[in-house]
Design a protein around this ligand. Structure first.
Ligand code: GDP
Ligand code: K
Ligand code: MG
Length: 270
């Protein structure tokens, strides 16, 4: 059975979408080793069944909570056939932060741009084609609470499963960081670590000082990563700060092109 995983910020409408997809066909358990709730269900579509997994709601995919580690481990190690990233259209900048990290992971991802009713009410207009083009991933508008857009979303998700990944856009971290990412990536590849994580992703995480990855990685590589970090810090600033900045810069450029929010109203008296 193919697996579809749902990821998104808390309150983006993930569980509402999960319920719309699975109906009463669901069960709740726990992720092994942690107290985080695991929700799975079955979607019936065109005579086929699909396994749907509702991952814990997170703002990021770092190592700051069990929720984040559960979500990113599932995506990279259990390797779902497709990830649906639920994005709250009324809070798009903040929600896209998680999206940038899915792109970094090289995940096959499609966006459910949810809460489109509330966005409309708030006069936020989103050019979906442009958003999709700028991110390099399919974007489907949904109102999960009214079951709007769900069919289109499912069709796109299933269709995408059978297609090659399109050219997802990459975050440009600048040359100081890129140089060290590439160096580290090579060292990691040559070490044949068998971590289940992509080497480039590990390289980024090491430069970010990810505690979880630092614990499972070879001491030699950690030392090399520390030198890379120091080199970057001397040339520019702490790599962790640059990487976060660059993610927001990437988001800012996209939002500028694809999202129009109402200007603050100016009251004029005649
Ligand atoms: P989760 O934390 O991501 O699982 O979010 P929930 O599914 O629990 O949804 C949070 C709240 O938003 C609930 O009150 C839902 O009924 C509501 N909600 C979900 N989707 C939509 C939507 O598309 N439009 C509106 N207006 N509300 C929604
Ligand atoms: K709401
Ligand atoms: Mg939920």
């Amino acid at each position: 059975m193919n697996t579809i995983a749902l990821v998104g910020n808390p309150n983006s409408g993930k569980t509402t979408l999960f319920n719309a997809l699975t109906g009463t066909n669901q069960h709740v358990g726990n992720w092994p080793g942690v107290t985080v709730e695991k929700k799975e269900g079955t979607l019936d579509f065109n005579g086929k069944k699909y396994n749907i997994v509702d991952l814990p709601g997170t703002y990021s995919l770092g190592a700051y909570s069990e929720d984040e580690v559960v979500a990113r481990d599932f995506i990279m190690k259990d390797d779902p056939d497709i990830v649906i990233n639920v994005v709250d259209a009324t809070n798009i900048e903040r929600n896209l932060y998680l999206t940038t990290q899915l792109l970094e992971m090289g995940t096959k991802v499609i966006i459910a741009l949810n809460m489109m009713d509330e966005a409309k009410e708030k006069n936020i207009s989103i050019d979906i084609k442009k958003l999709s083009k700028e991110l390099g991933v399919p974007v489907i508008a949904t109102v999960a609470s009214k079951k709007n857009g769900i069919d289109d979303l499912v069709k796109e998700a299933i269709d995408f499963m059978g297609r090659e990944k399109t050219s997802q856009n990459k975050i440009d971290y600048g040359k100081d960081i890129d140089l060290e990412i590439n160096r580290l990536k090579e060292v990691i590849e040559n070490a044949n670590l068998n971590t289940g994580y992509p080497s480039e992703w590990i390289a980024i995480k090491l430069l970010e000082g990810d505690e979880y990855i630092s614990k499972i990685i070879d001491k030699n590589i950690l030392n090399i990563a520390q030198k890379s970090s120091d080199t970057i810090a001397v040339a520019a600033m702490e790599p962790e700060l640059i990487i976060v900045d660059k993610r927001y810069e990437f988001i800012g450029n996209i939002v500028n092109k694809a999202v129009k929010k109402p200007k603050e109203e100016v009251i004029t008296k005649s």
